[in-house]
Design a binder for this molecule. Structure first.
Ligand SMILES: Cc1ncc(COP(=O)(O)O)c(C=O)c1O
Length: 375
């Protein structure tokens, strides 16, 4: 089976973990965690980073830190991961869904403006699948309208928007280090900020609100979302190979684009770039232009030893969405179309060009015989 992703760990990664084990630097209070945080802050052009358990808790903590009032509206793209929705709802806020661009699969400033109301207090902006969202315009809009910006950079490590680092736009910006991310710690995440105040608050939120002098008298009922020193030591080493990982992904993404070039009447392939930002192909996505074939194609590929995944299922169509948020006037048809007809295919260090050719050939076979109707 050619897996949709597979992390590759270098000898240096393994030695870094071994060294934290040898020094017994394994807990969330070890110096490895502080070192990882300072490397992250530097890598993403921020003053502070708070490393924690995963990208989902990062979003929850990021939203919590911003002192919204219950019921405040937060704009979120419907086409994204469930973690964004749960961070908003778990913090007692109201999700307002915007559509995404059908070609870049990202939210843009027009999508945001269309759903802004007097009750809007924040925007949760997500960079999706390898291309940056319309970050500069969305940030300027937030600044002009006194809205807080939460930026989800889980899929955009090392990406730029108009020459500014993704992860440096939000009042708070989040990262995931799950095994399929460009920097991985197996499981893990972080929140980035330039505010000392938010940094101090988030450190308390993720650490049970321990505070001297009476350490075990806790003012707030917070969480333990600490990352371990073992994970942090892997992250420190992984940061060093970020550019190598991105360069490989770009090369592989462009190779797929060439292989699918002849079939773009049937397949929407990813853009190579948006403005000056090259696609980093965090995943390599495809959208079928003919409906009701995606699941059949996935089954066909699975039978030919190729693992795939569906695109995100739109947030406004989630079974878990509470009833009170279900009456939606906004047209979210792009999120719906790509959610129903999109899939992503294997990409990453476990693939070579001949495997990519095999994957592409199977997809083209399916199109030729099951969509075009070749005999
Ligand atoms: C955009 C985005 N945000 C958040 C997450 C959640 O991260 P985690 O799996 O570390 O909880 C993911 C996971 O893939 C993601 O793609």
């Amino acid at each position: 089976m050619i897996k949709v992703f597979e992390p590759r760990l270098s000898t240096k990664d393994k030695l870094s973990v071994l060294s934290s084990l040898n020094k017994s630097n394994i807990s969330g209070s070890s110096e490895e965690v502080l070192k990882f945080e300072s490397h992250l802050a530097r890598t993403f052009d921020r003053k502070f980073a708070v490393a924690l358990t995963n990208g989902t808790t990062a979003l929850e903590v990021a939203v919590k830190s911003l002192d919204f009032n219950e019921g405040d509206e937060i704009i979120v793209p419907s086409f994204t991961i469930i973690s964004c929705l749960s961070a908003i709802i778990r913090n007692g806020l109201t999700p307002v869904f915007c559509d995404v661009d059908p070609i870049t699969w990202n939210m843009n400033i027009d999508n945001v403006k269309r759903v802004t109301t007097k009750k809007t207090k924040g925007v949760l902006m997500v960079h999706t699948y390898g291309l940056p969202a319309d970050a500069t315009n969305i940030k300027n809009f937030c600044d002009d309208n006194n809205l807080k910006l939460i930026e989800d950079t889980a899929e955009a490590h090392g990406q730029l928007e108009k020459r500014k680092k993704c992860g440096s736009f939000g009042d708070v910006s989040t990262l995931s280090f799950y095994a399929n991310k460009h920097i991985t710690t197996g499981e893990g995440g972080a929140v980035l900020t330039d505010s000392q105040e938010l940094y101090d608050l988030m450190k308390q939120i993720i650490n049970l609100d321990f505070k001297e002098p009476n350490r075990f008298n806790h003012k707030n009922l917070y969480w333990n979302y600490r990352i371990s020193g073992i994970q942090a030591s892997l992250g420190i080493s992984q940061i060093n190979s970020l550019n190598k990982t991105i360069n490989l992904k770009i090369k592989q993404g462009e190779a797929y684009n060439q292989l699918f070039k002849s079939h773009t009447d049937f397949l929407q392939i990813p853009l190579s770039n948006v403005n000056e930002s090259k696609n980093h192909y965090w995943v390599y996505g495809l959208v079928l232009k003919k409906q009701n074939h995606r699941d059949k194609l996935m089954k066909y590929l699975f039978e030919n030893d190729i693992q795939t995944r569906q695109f995100f299922w739109p947030l406004h169509m989630q079974d878990s969405l509470p009833k009170k948020y279900r009456s939606i006037n906004e047209n979210l048809s792009s999120a719906e179309y790509i959610g129903e007809n999109g899939l992503y295919i294997p990409i990453g260090p476990h693939l070579n060009l001949s495997k990519q050719k095999y994957v592409a050939k199977q997809i083209i076979n399916y199109i030729d015989y099951s969509i075009v109707g070749k005999e």
